[in-house]
Design a protein around this ligand. Structure first.
Ligand code: PEP
Length: 249
């Protein structure tokens, strides 16, 4: 039985007072009627504040990206060990904004995935197709290639301590959500692909859906066999909206 996970990607939003209100509201609002694992991904400068507030609570936290090198002359970058220093359990790798705005290739993402595990973090591998790729019937080929890059570098065993987030690019921040059927189809494809290599790993790995998830569509998504939670952008920025998604579990 896979436990639902709801993860909030705050992207480059926030301030100290917003973190206080948002995270405080989430921690206070979670209750036993919500059988979910919860994680937040704040901008790196707020990690100490998040750590101080969330330590000992049900909320875990992580980085939005990491540099794969252990240390060195990489101005502006953050290493996995630095994230671990601030209590991070998770790190996003390959978010579509990293791929499109910062030029991260499938191979770059695989390198970050490997570095995350080397440094003791659980990578959340974000994958998904663009609108043009979906319309061209390439969805499965695109997500397969994104996964294959990690499999080629790290092997199937690496997926034992990882999550996958299927985020169709056309649904991120657009208000367009994949229908639960569309999402389920791709999630099943991903699970089958991993299960063909290792049935246990394929069966236990959590595959989150991301793309305009809100409290109004969360329960419908979570009801599908292979949708194990959500990676949430916009609706993770207010405690009420985020808790509404947690209630969908
Ligand atoms: C995201 O950026 O991971 C995301 C899913 O954003 P939104 O929920 O705003 O579509």
């Amino acid at each position: 039985m896979r436990k639902i996970m709801v993860a909030g990607n705050w992207k480059m939003h926030g301030s100290m007072s917003m973190v206080e209100t948002l995270l405080g509201g989430v921690i206070d609002g979670l209750d036993d009627t919500m059988p979910v694992d919860v994680a937040v991904f704040p901008p790196a400068p707020y990690l100490p504040q998040v750590q101080a507030m969330a330590n000992g609570s049900r909320v875990a936290w992580g980085g939005q990206t990491l540099n794969p090198n252990e240390q060195g002359a990489y101005t502006g970058e953050v290493s996995g060990a630095m994230l671990v220093d601030f209590g991070c359990r998770y790190v996003l790798v390959g978010h579509s904004e990293r791929r499109t705005l910062f030029g991260e290739s499938d191979a770059d993402v695989a390198e970050r995935f490997e570095a995350a595990q080397r440094d003791g973090l659980v990578p959340v591998l974000c994958i998904g197709e663009t609108q043009a790729q979906r319309e061209a019937g390439e969805t499965e080929a695109v997500v397969a290639a994104q996964i294959d890059a990690v499999l080629d570098r790290c092997g199937i065993a690496a997926f034992d301590q990882a999550l996958v987030a299927y985020e169709p690019v056309w649904a991120i921040g657009t208000g367009l959500t994949a229908t639960p059927e569309q999402a389920q189809d791709v999630h099943a494809f991903i699970r089958d692909k991993l299960s063909a290599l290792d049935g246990r790993i394929g069966g236990q790995i959590r595959i989150l859906y991301g793309g305009s998830v809100k409290s109004s569509n969360a329960a419908d998504l979570f009801a599908r066999d292979d949708i194990d939670g959500a990676l949430v952008g916009g609706a993770s920025l207010t405690a009420g909206d985020f808790l509404g998604i947690c209630r969908g579990a």
